[in-house]
Structure formats: structure tokens, C-alpha cells
Ligand binder design. Structure first.
Ligand SMILES: NC(=O)c1ccc[n+]([C@@H]2O[C@H](COP(=O)([O-])OP(=O)(O)OC[C@H]3O[C@@H](n4cnc5c(N)ncnc54)[C@H](O)[C@@H]3O)[C@@H](O)[C@H]2O)c1
Length: 379
């Protein structure tokens, strides 16, 4: 049973009135759950009504911070209560598939933190559960949001910048050894992968959101310093169907941290350099020498600025869920960047270039990303 007052659960009902906000719950009340609670508080389309964590004290403290939603003892009890419309899955990656599928099978929409799963097999099962229950399954890639990213994507889609030719994509982050002391981190069985799956996936996802479908991946996994089973650095060359080649590096051992994408098109260089989120000041569009001033001026970022983040993502997701309309592009195609990341692991394991057609021919990598890591550590 849920804990007694002051965290009384909302009265069960079979459905929300159309005009009522959607009833949201969070499972996993750790660090990132705060970004979800803040985003939910910012939209009138949602109301945080319940939370659950395997550590009840954490859940209670979280509930006190975020307006007193009901605290349940287990996800099973929460789902059986019939009191929610949307579950936010903010647990470590190893729990995402089971919890998301349980919620979808209970008729609840799911908003799941990245990385969505430990493997493509798991992600496929989650997508299947959404389809068979006619529910929505959203994976959080909040770096797709923000007015600058939307503007640049429109420029690419319209062809205003010409064909994208060459790109670099860097996630150079620093995670000291204590970061990996958390029990679920650094292990194939609980984190699923290393810095590529856990960190690089954000920039890889944004790159693919801007450039479209991928055509091939050749990658390698490296362990340079940290005491982990998984990689602390990866390198990859990705080609896209539109004819762009990208060099991608992801690192957890880089003291001056940066997240960056650079795309050189026929007419301009587009760059974004930030760390965990971007506003207009992080983006730059530099015209090629032959581009006239008036043409370049037409590419200027809009006056109205919205930074990237969970807030715009969840606002647009809830508006779609409430209206029954399609999910925004910031919340669709969750599998694409997971496929690219899986292809990096698959390529590292086989030494081969991986394509969308051959990706699913690697049953080991479909089940788990566990792959050989080249160890360059020195004693
Ligand atoms: N989108 C982003 O920018 C972003 C940033 C940080 C983390 N994340 C992702 O969010 C997820 C959680 O990361 P975090 O940093 O918040 O972790 P965390 O360790 O701070 O929080 C996880 C919480 O889940 C609880 N928990 C663990 N297993 C559970 C289970 N089976 N059932 C119920 N509760 C359980 C833990 O007690 C803890 O409170 C990860 O997938 C991570 O990659 C995303």
C-alpha cells in the first residue's frame, strides 16, 4: 500500500476528464527525476501525482520537494492503482525495459530516460509493447529541443544551407573514478555500455536528428584510464544517407569538457559548442566565402530564444498526449541513435563496417552491447 498521509494517493478513476491535466508518476527519484518534476510543474497539461523508488526514504524526500505527490511502495502497486496516465522512468538503464513494458501493458504512456534500454532487443520489445497497447513510448533526448536546434533543422530540411558534407561530433566529458564507484555504472549488465551509450548518445542523437538516417558505421572501443568493464573512449566514422561523413569521438576522460557538433555544408559551417544544454549563444552559422551577405542574413537565429531542456520536450510531449496528436519530432524515432550506438559496439566487436541491413545480423549485439574493448592503460 502507498504510505499514509501526508502523501495520500489521488482517488482512483477509470479515465481523466478530457479537460483535466494528465496524471504523471515518476519511478526512480534520483538526480534526473528532478528535471522531470520541474518540467511537469511548468506545464498545465500534466500533474505529478505519484512517485516510487526502491529506496522509500528517497521517494518521500523527493515528494516533499515536489508538492507532495503520493509515495507508493512499488511500481506494481502504483500501476495496479489505476491512478496515472503517464509513467516517467528515471531509474538506471537496467530497469528501463521491464518497468516501461509493465506500464505500457497497464495502459499507461511512458516517458523513459536515455539510454532507453540495454540492447536493441529490449528497445524493440518496448516499442512493441507501446504498439500492442496503443500507448506512446517516448525516450528523452532533450538536446533536440531549443529554438536554435529547431531553426538549424529547418534550414537543413529546406536545403537553405546546401548539402551537408562533413561533420564532427564530440562528447569530451570528464568522469573521475568516483563516478564509476556507483554500483550500476561501468558494467555491461547494469549500464549496458560505456561512455558511448551513457554520454555520447546525446550528441550522436542530435547529429542524426539534424542529418537524417545513417548509412554505415565503423567504430572502435577503448579503455584508456578508468577501472570499468566498459569503454571510457570510443571513436567512429558514420556516414549518412544524404551523403555526409562524420567523425565521432566520445570520452569520459577529458578534463576540459565540451559537447560539440560541426557540420560543413556546401554553403556554410554550422557549429554548436556547449556542455549539457544549449542556447543561441552556443550556435554559430558561418557562411562560405561565396555566399552573399543577404543570403547569410536570412539564416539568422530567431529573436525569440528558448534553451534546450526537459521543459520544452515534456511540454510538447504532454500537449501531444493530451490532444491525441502525433508526438513532436523531438520525441519520435527513439531507435535511430540507439541503432547508431549499437552499430559502434557491433563494429568494434567484428572489425567490420556495419550498415542498417547488417546491424540486425549480429545477434550477440542485439541482445547486449558487450564487446571487446582495446585496453591501452598503463600500470
Ligand atoms: N537526459 C539526461 O540528460 C540525463 C542526465 C542524467 C541521467 N540520465 C539518465 O537517467 C537515468 C537515471 O540516472 P540518475 O543519474 O538520475 O541516477 P540516480 O542513481 O541518481 O537515480 C536513480 C534512482 O532510481 C532508483 N532505483 C534504482 N533501481 C530502481 C528500481 N528497480 N525501482 C525503483 N527505483 C529504482 C534509485 O534508488 C535512485 O533513486 C539513467 O538512465 C541516466 O542515464 C539522463
Amino acid at each position: 500500500m502507498p504510505s499514509p498521509a501526508p502523501f495520500a494517493p489521488p482517488a482512483p478513476s477509470t479515465s481523466s476528464a478530457p479537460s483535466a491535466p494528465l496524471r504523471a508518476a515518476i519511478v526512480g527519484t534520483g538526480a534526473i527525476a528532478n528535471s522531470h518534476a520541474a518540467a511537469l510543474a511548468a506545464t498545465s497539461d500534466a500533474e505529478l501525482v505519484a512517485v516510487v523508488d526502491r529506496d522509500p526514504a528517497l521517494a518521500r524526500a523527493f515528494a516533499e520537494r515536489w508538492g507532495g505527490p503520493a509515495v507508493f511502495d512499488s511500481l506494481d502497486e502504483l500501476l495496479a492503482s489505476g491512478t496515472i496516465d503517464v509513467l516517467h522512468v528515471c531509474t538506471p538503464p537496467g530497469a528501463h525495459a521491464e518497468q516501461s513494458i509493465a506500464a505500457l501493458d497497464a495502459g499507461v504512456h511512458v516517458v523513459c530516460e536515455k539510454p532507453a534500454a540495454l540492447s536493441l532487443d529490449e528497445l524493440d520489445a518496448m516499442t512493441d509493447a507501446a504498439e500492442r497497447n496503443d500507448r506512446r513510448f517516448v525516450v528523452v533526448f532533450q538536446q533536440r529541443t531549443g529554438s536554435a536546434a529547431a531553426h538549424v533543422r529547418r534550414l537543413f530540411e529546406s536545403g537553405a544551407l546546401g548539402r551537408p558534407l562533413v561533420a564532427t561530433c564530440q562528447t569530451l566529458w570528464y568522469r573521475d573514478p568516483s563516478y564509476f564507484a556507483v554500483p550500476w555504472r561501468g558494467k555491461w549488465s547494469t549500464e549496458g555500455g560505456g561512455t558511448t551509450l551513457g554520454h555520447g548518445i546525446h550528441q550522436i542523437d542530435l547529429l542524426a536528428w539534424l542529418l537524417g538516417d545513417w548509412a554505415s558505421v565503423h567504430g572502435g572501443l577503448w579503455r584508456l584510464d578508468r577501472e570499468t568493464e566498459t569503454e571510457d573512449v570510443s571513436t567512429a566514422v558514420i556516414t549518412f544517407e544524404g551523403g555526409t561523413v562524420a567523425s565521432v569521438i566520445t570520452s569520459a576522460v577529458s578534463p576540459r569538457e565540451v559537447s560539440s557538433i560541426r557540420i560543413d555544408t556546401e554553403l556554410a559551417t554550422v557549429t554548436v559548442e556547449h556542455l549539457y544544454g544549449h542556447g543561441h549563444e552556443h550556435w554559430r552559422i558561418t557562411p562560405a566565402p561565396h555566399v552573399g551577405e543577404a543570403d547569410a542574413a536570412a539564416w539568422a537565429l530567431p529573436d525569440l530564444e528558448e534553451p534546450s531542456g526537459h521543459e520544452p520536450l515534456l511540454r510538447d510531449v504532454y500537449a501531444a498526449l493530451r490532444s491525441g496528436g502525433p508526438l513532436p519530432s523531438t520525441a519520435s524515432d527513439a531507435a535511430r541513435s540507439f541503432e547508431i550506438v549499437t552499430a559502434i559496439y557491433s563494429s568494434a566487436a567484428t572489425g567490420r563496417t556495419v550498415t542498417p541491413a547488417t546491424l540486425r545480423d549480429d545477434p550477440d549485439r542485439m541482445r547486449s552491447l558487450e564487446s571487446p574493448v582495446i585496453d591501452l592503460r598503463r600500470a
